[in-house]
Design a protein around this ligand. Structure first.
Ligand code: PLP
Length: 710
C-alpha cells in the first residue's frame, strides 16, 4: 500500500506519509487533506493544478523542512493520516454489512474515460465523471470493485477562445511521472506488459495503477519504446475523430483490459461495461473460453450471465458503429490458435431484423453479450427499451430487458467545504454516512436561514472573483486594450441573481436557447433593482463545428454592449471550474432537447451546494422535480419539429425567469434574506441530496445487477 517515497526528491521523515496521500485520489474528496497541501504552498498548489504529486516534486526543500517543524501543520497532518488509515482499513463498510458472505465477488468496471480529478486529466465530460464518481462511492461503500481504462498521452484539450470567440484547442502533454499513478510491476520488478495484436502486429500495453480510496483503477498505455513509433501514438488522445484509430483504441481497452486483469491474476465475477466503447472485452472473454474448447453457445452464455451493460445514448444514431470489414481487418488475430471466428464476432454486433452487413454496432454487441443492461434514468430506460425493441421482436416493448438506474454524483467531491461545514454544524458530521436515508435529510429544514444565505453569498462571491481573474488573463493573452482589461476587473455583480449553464457543447443541449429572443432577454437582464447575470462555460469537441459556432455566438453576445457584463463565457470548463461554478450560481440551467438528455448530473452538483435547478423535464430532473424544489421548463410532450419545440421551451423559460425566478430571488425580509427562496433551496437539498448521489446509485447497481452475477 505504501508508495515508495523515492518518487520524491525530498520528503522529511516526519512527513513521509504525504507520499501515500498524494498517490491516492482519496485526498480529492477530503477537504482537510486538500487544506494540508494548500498549507504547504498555496500558490504552488494552484500553479500545479491541484496535483499533489507535482507539488511534492516541485516544492522547495526548505519549505518542506519548515512545515515539518510547524506544530500546527503537524497536528493537522497526523489527523489527516489517521483519517486516511482508518478509511483504508475500515471493516464495517456497507458492503461488509450486507454481503459479508460474498467473499469471491469482484466487479471489473470498464470505461473509456474516468473523470476523477483535474490532476488526472483523462476525461472529457459527463460519462467520465460518472465513472469516476462510481469508483469513489464503490470505495466508500467497500465494494470489491476495480476500474479498467486507458491512459492518454495528452489531456483532453485545454480550451482557449480567440479575440473573436473561436475555440482553440491545446493538447497538453501528460507527464506520467508527475501524475497520481504508478506503474504496475511484475514480481521481478519489471513493468507489467500485456500484448494485443492489431492486424498481425503485436501492440504492447503497459499497465498503470491509480488509487481511488480502496479501489484500484488500472490504466493502459502504449507510449513506450517497445512499440513502433506509430503505435506509441495510438492512445495519444481521447475521442479521436479517425474511425480506424478509434476502433483500435476500443480494441485495446476491451481486449487489452481483460488481458491486463488476467496478468494480474484477477478473476472477476462481474463485468460492468460503462457504455459500448468497452464491449470488445466480451469478445475477448468468449475467445478465451473457445480456445479452451468450450462450445460457442456455452461461452456466450457464460459471458452474458456475468456481464452488465450501461447505455448512455438515447438516440440510435448516437450509438457507435464501425465498418465491419475494418473490425475484421484489425481483429484477424483473434482467430488464431483455435480462437473466435470473425463471422462469429460480427454476428454479435448485428441486428438480424435490420440487417446491414457492414455495420458493426458496439451497442448491439454490448446488448448481445450481456444478460443485464440498464439506462441511466427512468425515462432513458423506457426510451432504450423502445429503441432496441427490434433485438427482442417477440417481446412487447415494455418487456425488453433493459432496466434503469438513475445517475448520481459523489457528494463529497462536489459539495464545497463551506457547505460541508454548514451541514456539519446543523446535521452533525455523520451526514456523510446517511446519503441514502431520505428521512435523515429532513433536518435540512433546521438550517438557519441567515447562515445558509451567508454561505450562498460567500460561494457566489468566490465565483465572481475567480471569473474575474480568468477573464483578465484571457483578455491579456488576447492582447486586448487596457480598457477591456480594466473592465474585466469590474465585471459581475456580487449580489446579482447568477445563472449558470455549463456542459459539453453538443447542439442538443441548446446552450443558446436563452439567446433566442434577444429583446426579451435584454429586458429580463435589465430590470432596475433586480440585477441578473448569466455565466456560460463548456467545450465543443474540436471536430464539432456546430458546437463551436454556439460557443462563438455566446461569446459574441457577451461582448455586445447590450449584454456586456451580464452574459459571460468562461474558458476551459473542467472539474476544478465545475466545482466553483455549480456552487457559486443561484440557478442552474439545463435546456436539452427532450428526450435527448439521458440523465445529466451537473444539476445534482448544483443542488448539493444550495443552487436551484431550472430545467427541461428530461433525464434526472423529471424524477426530482416536485413543483416546489426548482423549476421545470416547457412541457412533457412531443413536437412536430425542432423549431416548434425550441420556440415553446424558450417562451416558457423567459416567462418563468420574468414572473417567478427573478421576483422570488429579490423578495427580501428585513435582514435582506430571501426567505421564500431559501425555502425552495432547503426543499431542493433535502429531496435531491439523499437520492441523486452515487452511494445510492452504486447500491442500486449492487442490489439490482451485481448480486445476480455472484
Ligand atoms: C458534471 C460535469 C459534466 C456533466 O454535466 P451534465 O450536466 O451531465 O451534462 C461535464 N463536464 C464537467 C467538467 C462536469 O463536472
Amino acid at each position: 500500500m505504501t508508495v515508495n517515497e523515492q518518487h520524491f526528491p525530498y520528503l522529511p521523515e516526519r512527513l513521509i506519509r504525504l507520499g501515500d496521500l498524494a498517490y491516492n485520489l482519496w485526498f480529492s474528496w477530503h477537504s482537510r487533506s486538500i487544506r494540508l497541501f494548500q498549507f504547504i504552498d498555496y500558490k504552488l498548489w494552484e500553479d500545479v493544478k491541484h496535483n499533489p504529486v507535482r507539488l511534492l516534486h516541485e516544492i522547495d526543500p526548505q519549505r518542506m523542512d519548515e512545515v515539518a517543524g510547524n506544530d500546527r501543520f503537524l497536528k493537522r497532518y497526523d489527523k489527516v493520516i489517521d483519517l486516511f488509515d482508518q478509511y483504508m482499513i475500515r471493516k464495517k463498510t456497507w458492503f461488509q454489512y450486507h454481503y459479508s458472505d460474498k467473499k469471491d465477488a469482484l466487479i471489473a468496471y470498464f470505461s473509456m474515460e474516468f473523470g476523477l480529478h483535474e490532476s488526472l486529466p483523462i476525461y472529457s465530460g459527463g460519462l467520465g465523471i460518472l465513472a469516476g464518481d462510481h469508483l469513489k462511492s464503490a470505495s466508500d461503500l467497500g465494494l470489491p470493485l476495480i476500474g479498467v481504462g486507458l491512459l492518454y498521452r495528452e489531456a483532453y484539450f485545454t480550451q482557449y477562445l480567440s479575440m473573436h470567440g473561436n475555440q482553440q484547442s491545446i493538447y497538453l502533454y501528460n507527464d506520467y511521472s508527475s501524475m497520481p499513478i504508478t506503474p504496475v510491476l511484475e514480481e521481478n520488478g519489471d513493468p507489467l506488459i500485456v500484448e494485443v495484436a492489431i492486424e498481425d502486429r503485436p501492440i504492447a500495453l503497459r499497465v498503470w495503477k491509480a488509487r481511488i480510496g480502496r479501489v484500484p483503477l488500472y490504466l493502459l498505455d502504449t507510449d513506450f519504446p517497445e512499440n513502433h513509433s506509430d503505435d506509441r501514438d495510438i492512445l495519444k488522445r481521447l475521442y479521436v475523430g479517425n474511425r480506424d484509430l478509434r476502433l483500435v483504441q476500443e480494441i485495446l481497452l476491451g481486449v487489452g483490459g481483460v488481458r491486463a486483469l488476467r496478468a494480474m491474476k484477477y478473476d472477476p465475477t462481474t463485468w460492468h461495461m460503462n457504455e459500448g466503447h468497452c464491449s470488445l472485452s466480451s469478445v475477448e472473454r468468449i475467445r478465451e473460453m473457445i480456445q479452451e474448447k468450450t462450445p460457442w453457445e456455452k461461452a456466450l452464455k457464460t459471458t452474458r450471465k456475468s456481464t452488465l451493460f450501461t447505455t448512455h445514448t438515447p438516440i440510435r444514431a448516437g450509438n457507435e458503429v464501425f465498418a465491419a470489414d475494418r473490425v475484421a481487418h484489425f481483429l484477424q488475430s483473434m482467430q488464431t490458435n483455435g480462437g473466435i471466428s470473425i463471422q462469429s464476432i460480427n454476428s454479435l454486433a448485428q441486428d438480424e431484423h435490420n440487417p446491414d452487413a457492414n455495420a458493426f454496432n458496439m451497442t448491439i454487441l454490448s446488448l448481445k453479450t450481456s444478460d443485464h443492461a440498464n439506462g441511466v434514468s427512468q425515462l432513458h430506460g423506457q426510451i432504450s427499451r423502445q429503441m432496441w425493441h427490434s433485438l427482442w421482436p417477440q417481446l412487447p416493448p415494455d418487456k425488453v430487458p433493459i432496466g434503469a438506474i438513475t445517475n448520481g454524483i459523489h457528494t463529497r467531491t462536489w459539495m464545497t467545504s463551506e457547505m460541508k461545514n454548514l451541514l456539519d454544524k446543523t446535521l452533525g458530521i455523520d451526514w456523510r454516512y446517511h446519503l441514502m436515508q431520505k428521512d435523515f435529510w429532513e433536518k435540512i429544514e433546521q438550517l438557519p436561514d441567515a447562515q445558509l444565505w451567508k454561505t450562498r453569498q460567500i460561494l457566489r462571491r468566490r465565483l465572481r472573483n475567480d471569473i474575474r481573474c480568468r477573464l483578465i488573463a484571457q483578455r491579456e493573452r488576447n492582447g486586448e486594450t487596457p480598457e477591456a482589461i480594466q473592465e474585466a476587473q469590474q465585471l459581475l455583480n456580487r449580489n446579482a441573481l447568477t445563472i449558470g449553464f455549463a456542459r459539453r457543447f453538443a447542439p442538443y443541449k441548446r446552450a443558446t436557447l436563452l439567446l433566442r429572443n434577444r429583446d426579451w432577454l435584454k429586458a429580463i437582464l435589465n430590470k432596475s433593482g433586480m440585477p441578473v447575470q448569466l455565466i456560460f462555460a463548456g467545450k465543443s469537441h474540436p471536430e464539432n463545428q456546430p458546437g463551436k459556432t454556439l460557443i462563438k455566438d455566446i461569446y459574441t453576445e457577451s461582448r455586445n454592449p447590450d449584454f456586456a457584463g451580464k452574459v459571460l463565457f468562461v474558458e476551459d470548463y473542467d472539474m476544478a471550474f465545475a466545482r466553483r461554478l455549480v456552487s457559486g450560481v443561484d440557478v442552474w440551467l439545463n435546456t436539452p432537447r427532450r428526450p435527448m438528455e439521458a440523465s445529466g448530473t451537473s444539476g445534482m452538483k448544483a443542488a448539493a451546494n444550495g443552487a436551484l435547478n431550472c430545467s427541461i423535464l428530461d433525464g434526472w430532473w423529471r424524477e426530482a422535480y416536485d413543483g416546489k424544489n426548482g423549476w421545470a421548463v416547457g412541457e412533457e410532450r412531443e413536437y412536430y419539429n425542432e423549431w416548434e419545440q425550441d420556440e415553446a421551451d424558450s417562451h416558457s423559460l423567459y416567462q418563468m425567469l420574468e414572473n417567478e425566478i427573478i421576483p422570488l430571488f429579490f423578495q427580501r425580509d428585513e435582514n435582506d434574506v430571501p426567505a421564500e427562496w431559501l425555502k425552495r433551496v432547503k426543499r431542493s437539498m433535502k429531496m435531491i441530496i439523499p437520492v441523486f448521489n452515487t452511494d445510492r446509485m452504486v447500491k442500486d447497481y449492487m442490489e439490482q445487477y451485481y448480486i445476480k452475477t455472484i
